[in-house]
Design a protein around this ligand. Structure first.
Ligand code: ACO
Length: 326
């Protein structure tokens, strides 16, 4: 039976770090509020001359090196993002150009914070049917470009960065063991970027009203986030015939420490087996999980044979869970 395994990982965080104390100088907020409500202490901001594809390229170079493959072996590029360089071409197209890879299929996935896991699920399917052999899957965001800098409800929550993996086929007893995903467009209005698309094209008014930024009904989203994160984690484990006890490391999407705590309690996963970096990177939407995966691998928290659970929830509303054996 052919499965897909993660051959290499890489991540990139822009140099500039912005702390909660820095935010105190910009909006009516406090380190105490942000820390107790979310667990966030600091986040990275991209430089003015960086576009989302640039972040992906940095993360991808490391993932390709880690996978010990030639970049010419890559036959598909998928980027999960909601802050693409342009509406089109896709960020993945720019990544193909900037990495200097021959013309191959490349496309973006718009599933907000679930974008990377959605990308892995699509890549896994291509590999299983033999349609691709080496897939570069990335999650990347420059959330600071789609933020309302005056809306304290959202602006303090997000950061910028990218993570990437190279996926390839294996016939060994490892790789992606299970995938679970879902979406509910009925709840799409709770978290969206209202303007800039065909439903509300850009006008002076949309710019003045800051409708090109993230709009979120945080409280309502929170309730769905807890339920769907739990569902995604538990279903992914069930589909892999595993329980919380079998998890060697859980890498949850990092939107809010309280969502993570509620999920691990329900899925019966110990805190010490949960990877938490929300304090350092905040919510980077689709980039959060691949960055966590890379950091966990590079710091020795993932060893050969380990069962790693990942689950995410985001705008759409979307959610996904995956179990991978290393
Ligand atoms: N500083 C100080 N006070 C603030 C701030 C801030 N930055 N932001 C909001 N407040 C105030 C509010 O105005 C409100 O005041 P009021 O009671 O006087 O009206 C009070 O704090 C409480 O606000 P709530 O929204 O109820 O705060 P809550 O505890 O729900 O926390 C949060 C807000 C952190 C956004 C939480 O709801 C959350 O994490 N939601 C889920 C986010 C999520 O998972 N998103 C999905 C992924 S993102 C994506 O897909 C792009």
């Amino acid at each position: 039976m052919i499965r897909s395994e993660i051959l290499g990982t890489g991540s990139y965080l822009p140099e500039k770090v912005v702390t909660n104390k820095d935010w105190e100088k910009m909006v009516d907020t406090s380190d105490e509020w942000i820390t107790t409500r979310t667990g966030i202490k600091e986040r990275h901001f991209a430089a003015e001359n960086e576009a989302t594809s640039d972040l992906v390229v940095e993360a991808s170079k490391k993932a390709i090196e880690d996978a010990k493959i030639n970049k010419e072996d890559i036959d598909l590029i998928i980027v999960g993002t909601i802050s693409s360089d342009n509406a089109y071409p896709s960020t993945a197209n720019w990544v193909q150009k900037k990495l200097g890879i021959k013309p191959i299929p490349s496309f973006d996935i718009s599933a907000a914070c679930s974008g990377f896991l959605y990308g892995l699920i699509v890549a896994d399917s291509f590999i299983k049917i033999g349609a691709a052999k080496k897939v570069l899957v990335a999650g990347a965001e420059i959330m600071t470009r789609i933020m309302n800098w005056e809306d304290r409800n959202t602006c303090v929550l997000f950061g910028d960065g990218a993570g990437a993996v190279v996926l390839g086929p294996t016939d060994e007893d490892k790789g992606i063991l299970s995938t679970y995903w879902g979406a509910d467009g009925n709840l799409g209005d709770l978290l969206k970027q209202p303007a800039g698309g065909s439903a509300m094209p850009a006008t002076h008014e949309t710019v003045d009203k800051k409708l090109h930024a993230v709009y979120m009904e945080g409280n309502k989203v929170f309730k769905h986030a807890v339920l769907r994160m739990q569902e995604a984690a538990i279903k992914a484990l069930e589909l892999a015939n595993l329980t919380g006890n079998d998890v060697d490391l859980y890498i949850p999407h990092q939107a809010n420490i309280r969502i993570i705590e509620a999920t691990i309690e329900r899925a019966k996963i110990p805190l010490e087996k949960t990877f938490i970096n929300i304090d350092k990177i905040a919510n980077i939407s689709a980039a959060t999980i691949p960055i966590g995966l890379d950091q966990a691998k590079k710091t020795g928290r993932i060893k050969p044979g380990d069962n790693v659970l990942m689950s995410a929830f985001g705008g759409g509303l979307t959610w996904a869970g995956i179990v991978v054996r290393f």
